[in-house]
Design a protein around this ligand. Sequence first.
Ligand SMILES: Cc1cc2nc3c(=O)[nH]c(=O)nc-3n(C[C@H](O)[C@H](O)[C@H](O)COP(=O)(O)OP(=O)(O)OC[C@H]3O[C@@H](n4cnc5c(N)ncnc54)[C@H](O)[C@@H]3O)c2cc1C
Length: 300
Amino acid sequence: MSDSLYEQMSAALPELRLLAAEPLAKHTSFRIGGPAQLLACPGSEAELAAVLAWCRSAGIIPRILGGGTNILAPDGELPGVVISTRGLDAITQKEDGILSAGAGVPLARLAMFAQKRGLTGLEFAHGIPGTVGGGMYMNAGAYQGELSQVALCARFLTLGGEIQRLSGPELGLGYRRSAFMSMEGVILSADFRLSPGEPDAILARMRELMEKRRASQPLDLPSAGSTFKRPAMGYAAALIQEAGLKGFRVGDAAVSEKHSGFVVNLGRATGADVLALMEEVRKRVKEQSGVELEPEVRIW
Ligand SMILES: Cc1cc2nc3c(=O)[nH]c(=O)nc-3n(C[C@H](O)[C@H](O)[C@H](O)COP(=O)(O)OP(=O)(O)OC[C@H]3O[C@@H](n4cnc5c(N)ncnc54)[C@H](O)[C@@H]3O)c2cc1C
């Protein structure tokens, strides 16, 4: 089945970079995940549109992979097609203060692009390890900033092949949520409105936030960042710590000693380990504080 799907797709799209049985562990910051039946890596929007059209004709709903920094992939084979957006990597400066970035652009690169042009507003995003597409999907944020504060609009390619332009409230950006979570297709690009700023001051702010991150987060171990969303009452990390779960392990998956909001992979953690750990954490936090933790990480 795997071979024949590979053959069909590569025959239809001979120029496409297409990988069969590609380990998702190589593409996720958790370093977890079995083989994707097919990983398609289009190099342009046109090629991505052709991949979507092929998926539609084959009756396949593909999964979209940005930086893989907020995904927990399964241990076994993931059937079907995963599409990497990394090839959509252009940044352009439009009218004053507006930057347009392809979905696959790393947020760190976009923030540095803005800094060099004296544009402020994306300092908070510099240390978030994902892409523009994943950031818009999640409404990524940190240190009182989130993409909703600077995002103007996004272009979205539906599974049906139509390009939609969503702006303002249509983006549905709220705390770690967006309208894209209930849509099927791919974010192609997003525009951000920034303000004039002093490049040195912007750089200093980015460095300051990076230092805070290094001091408080286990950046030396594979993870997907905060595992749970911030609940209405309190902070996930504090609740997890109060439940006595700092360092708690299932296999090689552990609640980080440095930041209890992070689940880290100590070496050979499986997706099943992480899921079992998350379940136990939710159960014990609920018992201890009555709060229901909701996963932030996207479980595939
Ligand atoms: C060490 C570390 C620190 C982190 N710190 C933060 C932080 O401070 N703040 C924060 O908000 N997050 C943080 N994260 C989590 C993560 O970086 C963000 O959620 C980020 O926005 C995910 O982007 P990504 O490109 O990696 O998306 P992925 O992980 O690849 O995907 C996440 C979701 O978005 C979907 N998606 C991705 N691209 C597209 C697209 N183009 N079109 C449609 N759907 C798409 C995927 O299908 C998936 O459902 C951290 C993660 C790590 C590992």
